[in-house]
Design a binder for this molecule. Structure first.
Ligand code: URA
Length: 294
């Protein structure tokens, strides 16, 4: 064992082994200071210019040059801000018809009304084959909010996000940075109904579900949003995202910092990237350290 590394408690070591990581890495305090300074500097800007802006390259590790194309400009619209969405702003496919009345109604719902609305939603084809919709789970006053892609078979059956294999890995990843589902953490998905055969949700399906996610974020008011995988990142940021280039950068959804990392299901198929997800969560941890606590 490297004598420079602190001894790890057995449970922590077991969790790290479980998510495919070796000995715990030491966090470098210099990095934490840089991450904090970047956030503080950005917090000083007026809200309008802070929306969706990439605010700092990773303080966690050396960065590959981030292609400008993936980074939003200062005025990049959030898909979740109705007033900021220009017609046809949806990347890729044509933007679906917006139902402003529906969006406004959802935006005024309380938790119970929102979950009821989600469970009875028939706004897109995903409702046709679901067993049940999966609104979200966790601490409604959480500082951390994780956004996944959409329910899989087990989630569809049980009505809770991330309860299958990917969920087990997610729980272990959270535990590795001292977090626990339901304790200061809220978990939701970009779409609330299972896409058939676990296919990636289409942009129109994500758009139909966005008012729900927007309301969840508004109700939770997290200090940090973590997008798990590309569909979640694209839902939050309304732009094309490549995870490899976007991870390690801080984006914004309205005033809330957004980090992007790999989806746990991807990590199950590509375990060699688990260490990168671990880096991302350590980076998130450091950012949270720099944010005001309640
Ligand atoms: N994958 C997701 O993105 N969400 C879930 O809830 C389960 C698997």
């Amino acid at each position: 064992m490297n004598p420079a590394l602190p001894a790890q408690p057995p449970r922590r070591a077991a969790i790290l082994r479980e998510i495919g990581l070796g000995p715990l890495w030491l966090l470098r305090s210099r990095d934490a200071a840089r991450a904090e300074a970047a956030l503080k500097a950005k917090a000083a800007l007026p809200a309008s210019s802070a929306a969706d802006v990439e605010i700092s390259p990773s303080a966690a590790r050396p960065q590959p040059a981030a292609p400008q194309a993936i980074l939003p400009g200062p005025q990049a619209p959030s898909r979740l801000q109705p007033s900021a969405v220009p017609a046809g702003a949806t990347a890729g496919k044509a933007a679906p018809q917006r139902d402003a009345g529906r969006e406004q109604r959802i935006a005024s719902l309380d938790w119970e009304g929102l979950e009821e609305e989600i469970r009875s939603c028939r706004a897109c084809v995903l409702c046709e084959r679901r067993k049940q919709a999966v609104p979200g789970v966790g601490d409604r006053n959480a500082q951390w909010m994780l956004v996944g892609e959409g329910p899989g078979a087990e989630e569809d059956l049980r009505g809770e996000p991330f309860v299958g294999q990917a969920g087990k890995l997610l729980d272990n990843m959270l535990a590795a940075v001292g977090l626990k589902r339901g304790e200061g953490v809220y978990i939701a998905n970009a779409v609330k109904c299972r896409p058939p055969h676990n296919r990636t949700p289409e942009s129109g399906e994500i758009d139909s579900c966005l008012p729900f996610l927007a309301r969840q974020i508004e109700l939770v008011q997290p200090k940090l949003l973590v997008a798990l995988g590309r569909p979640a990142a694209q839902a939050l940021l309304n732009m094309e995202v490549r995870i490899g280039a976007a991870r390690g950068h801080v984006f914004r959804y309205r005033d809330t910092p957004v980090l992007i990392t790999y989806h746990p299901a991807y990590l199950l198929r590509n375990p060699q990237d688990k260490s990168k997800a671990w880096e991302d969560l350590c980076f998130a941890r450091r950012i949270m350290g720099g944010l005001p606590q309640p």
